[in-house]
Design a protein around this ligand. Structure first.
Ligand SMILES: C[S@@+](CC[C@H](N)C(=O)[O-])C[C@H]1O[C@@H](n2cnc3c(N)ncnc32)[C@H](O)[C@@H]1O
Length: 232
């Protein structure tokens, strides 16, 4: 998440007195200041899906795997999973982001039956009327770090992830920002390997891969890691 001139993302969220959901929606409704948007998926995810196809290969030819990308923004990652044949769902708090993702998807050339963008709050279930209750794969990049740790949301994130990933399925995290001083405010709020481990092991995930990506976005300053967590 790089910055432009004017108030930083951190300043804007600090000025909300804790109502961060309204700020995310306001940023998307305005649409002119979206500093996290890289216009593409991280090459770290592109490489993971190419290098570890077993993560997204169904056990039977008749099975179609499902994936959820919470806080999907314009949906680049949703479309990447769809391009691998998964039935792919993007979740966004902001209805303007959902509209932007739908517009972006039209240029992808992908079968529209393979992707779906849903408007809702990750921490509730009311957006799940037209989605599976649980998914084979969930992908987190720049979502956990978008949640203010002082609001107790990290533990709730982990509990919700445990409810959303099928038993035997995987949560893929592109861990970011690992370089950032833990005392600094977000978003993005700083994270560490130990924080992911503490949160996810407590709710029944076992880490089965921990990979230093060979390609990554500059925003991670070369510190991003890919972790793959199996739901027991
Ligand atoms: C830092 S942005 C990342 C967007 C996207 N993953 C990307 O990399 O371009 C975080 C996104 O999470 C969304 N978001 C924040 N809280 C959410 C919630 N509780 N449920 C669903 N989406 C949420 C915001 O609207 C925002 O688009």
């Amino acid at each position: 998440m790089s910055e432009q001139s004017g108030p930083t993302l951190q300043d804007r969220f600090a000025a909300t007195n804790g109502d961060h959901q309204s700020m995310w929606k306001a940023l998307w409704d305005d649409g002119t200041y979206l500093p996290w948007d890289r216009g593409q998926s991280s090459p770290s995810l592109v490489d993971l899906l190419n290098d570890k196809p077993s993560l997204i290969t169904p056990s039977a030819p008749s099975e179609q795997l499902t994936v959820l990308v919470p806080g999907c923004g314009r949906g680049y990652d949703v479309l990447l999973f769809a391009s691998h044949g998964l039935k792919s769902y993007g979740l966004e708090l902001s209805s303007s982001a959902v509209t932007a993702a739908q517009e972006n998807a039209k240029t992808s050339g992908l079968n529209p039956g393979l992707y779906n963008f849903v408007n809702g709050d990750f921490f509730t279930k009311d957006w799940q009327a037209d989605t599976p209750e649980k998914f084979n794969v969930v992908y987190d990049y720049t979502f956990l770090c978008a949640l203010d740790p002082s609001q107790g949301l990290r533990e709730k994130w982990a509990e919700r992830m445990a409810g959303l990933v099928k038993q035997g399925g995987v949560l893929i995290c592109l861990e970011f920002p690992l370089y950032k001083d833990l005392e600094l405010p977000g978003p993005p709020w700083p994270l560490r390997e130990e924080i992911y481990k503490g949160l996810l092991e407590a709710v029944g995930f076992v880490r089965e891969m921990y990979i230093t990506p060979r390609r990554y976005l500059e925003s991670g300053q070369g510190s991003d890691m890919v972790s793959v967590w199996r739901r027991q």
